[in-house]
Design a protein around this ligand. Structure first.
Ligand code: PBG
Length: 324
């Protein structure tokens, strides 16, 4: 008790604070998301996501090499295809933007971890994450083969990790089976978006990826933000189905889930600081609310403190540079 207890003694100087700091950020804990588009030499800015561009494979490879040079461990690729249809068949096009970018990045930055988002929402004309019945129902089991085919296409291109983000039941097992059958049992892991909430914070991403559903929403498959226990259950199910890593998103609104899930599993738990979280920091900083760099670093420390082994963030390159 005071006056014997004086925690401020350890906060008196920068060196004392450094000595007792519990959480450290390092570039190796970061993964950079990249939006890839068809073509060559193409760069498109994204109004809803300041500072982030859509890139063709060649420019994505340049960016990935820059990230690797700064010590960032990996990239997570999202594809924006030329063509969409009702079943999302461009998702498993071996010459689609994601496989093309995987190959380009593999040669530009050989050691970088390449993860690919596996979902159909960017590839379907209706914007849903899987198949939709004639009366508008989002179909679970019927969607699994397409997801598995997309994962295999990414594996064939050379991805290290495939990352199913659809939140359908059984997708991790379906993808694991397909990868094993195709000979990727030893080499390709699954980073499961296991605890993914139905969140407003994906807004800028959907604008960037053109993946807003034309009708309905994602609440029949993504988690209710009110549910913590169910979020843990989803993670443990994905682990049992064969996931190698679990992921919680959005990050800052889900620190409790990151902490709880990390306590419940021995798998690495990753967090995704999503588009809306990043854009919110950018917009607030532009309005003078705070300094972007300090606010971004503080968010990432909090996410790490909660238990995230690594964080996917649009700020990965900036942060790696600041930490250098
Ligand atoms: C779906 C997917 C989404 C995000 C990652 N994968 C959007 C969604 O579920 O609607 C969101 C990521 C972000 O907001 O940065 N393919």
């Amino acid at each position: 008790m005071f006056p014997e207890s004086r925690p401020r003694r350890l906060r008196r100087t920068p060196a004392l604070r450094a000595l007792v700091r519990e959480t450290a950020l390092a570039p190796s804990q970061l993964i950079l998301p990249i939006f890839v588009i068809p073509g060559e030499g193409k760069r498109e800015s994204i109004a809803a996501l300041p500072g982030v561009d859509r890139l063709s494979a060649d420019l994505a490879a340049e960016l990935a090499a820059e990230a690797a040079g700064l010590g960032v461990s990996g990239v997570l690729l999202f594809g924006l295809p030329q063509d969409k249809d009702a079943v999302g068949s461009s998702a498993w096009d071996q010459d689609g933007p994601v496989p093309e970018a995987v190959r380009a990045i593999r040669s530009a930055a050989p050691g970088l971890v390449i993860a690919t988002d596996v979902c159909l929402c960017q590839y379907t004309s209706h914007g849903h994450c899987g198949l939709v019945s004639t009366d508008g129902e989002i179909l679970n089991d019927a969607s699994l083969p397409g997801l598995a085919r997309a994962a295999v296409a990414h594996a064939r291109a050379g991805a290290d990790l495939v990352a199913p983000s659809d939140m359908f039941d059984g997708r991790v097992a379906a993808i694991r089976d397909a990868l094993d059958l195709e000979g990727y049992g030893e080499s390709v892991g699954i980073l499961a978006y296991s605890s993914k909430f139905a969140s407003s914070f994906y807004g800028p991403f959907r604008a960037a990826a053109g993946s807003t559903p034309t009708q309905g929403d994602r609440r029949s498959h993504q988690l209710d933000p009110a549910n913590r226990r169910e979020a843990i259950r989803e993670g443990l199910i994905d682990e049992e189905e064969g996931a190698d890593m679990l992921m919680v998103k959005p990050a800052l609104p889900s620190l409790d889930v990151i902490a709880d899930l990390s306590a419940e599993t021995d798998l690495p738990v990753l967090a995704y600081q999503v588009s809306g979280e990043y854009a919110m920091l950018k917009h607030a900083a532009a309005a003078g609310a705070f300094v972007f760099q300090a606010a971004l670093l503080e968010s990432l420390v909090a996410i790490r403190r909660a238990g995230a082994r690594a964080t996917i963030t649009y700020g990965a390159i900036d942060v790696a540079r600041w930490l250098a």
